[in-house]
Design a protein around this ligand. Structure first.
Ligand code: IMP
Ligand code: MG
Length: 183
């Protein structure tokens, strides 16, 4: 029987097993190690982990990254339940002293892109030297913004998913595989 889980009022079924996620992360980390090979202790890359969803992805990347890097975090939110509200709230602001830095934004998922557009706008106001997006997942059928998504580990259809850091009303972040809403 297919494995299913229940969170709050909804049932989810197995979608992407952990080993497939890890393989996709290996490939992204290899690209990052190549692209940021020039970073130095004096000019490290600033990784900004977007809380809370990207915590596990950022941790898995950190284990694989070999260039000098500083870890920061911020929190923007738009989702309530299983849908984007389109209104972005800044819950934890960007770190200070980003001027002239090379920034790598680590996201769990890009859906409508509203969150990443707001984030890139804020980074521009901070006068960063370079800002790139590194997202575990992309719903390319939905994404319609102009922000370039530099590193995408996996493209998924427009379905609501949980696990590997992603939540349904705060539950499910600790599941090591990715599950999809069973409709
Ligand atoms: P966007 O602003 O529409 O691109 O949405 C981005 C944010 O919405 C992500 O960082 C997630 O927190 C949340 N999100 C989007 N799709 C999903 C999903 O399928 N499951 C859980 N959270 C999601
Ligand atoms: Mg998120």
């Amino acid at each position: 029987m297919e494995h299913k889980i229940r969170l709050h009022d909804k049932t989810f079924k197995m979608f992407i097993p952990n080993e497939d996620i890890e393989k996709a992360i290996d490939a992204v980390a290899e690209r990052l190690n190549r692209d940021y090979a020039g970073a130095t202790d004096e000019d490290p890359v600033v990784m900004i982990c977007t809380l809370n969803g990207a915590i596990i992805y950022a941790a898995e990347l950190l284990k694989r990254i070999q260039f000098p890097l500083v870890l920061k975090a911020c929190k923007l939110s738009s989702y309530v339940g299983t849908a984007s509200t389109g209104v972005i709230k800044t819950e934890v602001p960007l770190p200070s002293h980003l001027e002239g830095k090379r920034v790598l934004v680590v996201e769990d998922i890009v859906d409508t892109g509203n969150t990443i557009v707001a984030m890139m706008q804020q980074l521009k106001e901070h006068k960063v030297k370079d800002a790139r997006v590194c997202t575990l997942l992309l719903k390319s059928e939905v994404y319609d913004k102009d922000v370039k998504l530099d590193y995408v580990a996996m493209d998924i259809p427009n379905r609501f998913i949980v696990g590997f850091g992603l939540d349904y009303d705060e539950l499910g972040r600790n599941i090591k595989d990715i599950y999809v809403l069973d409709e």
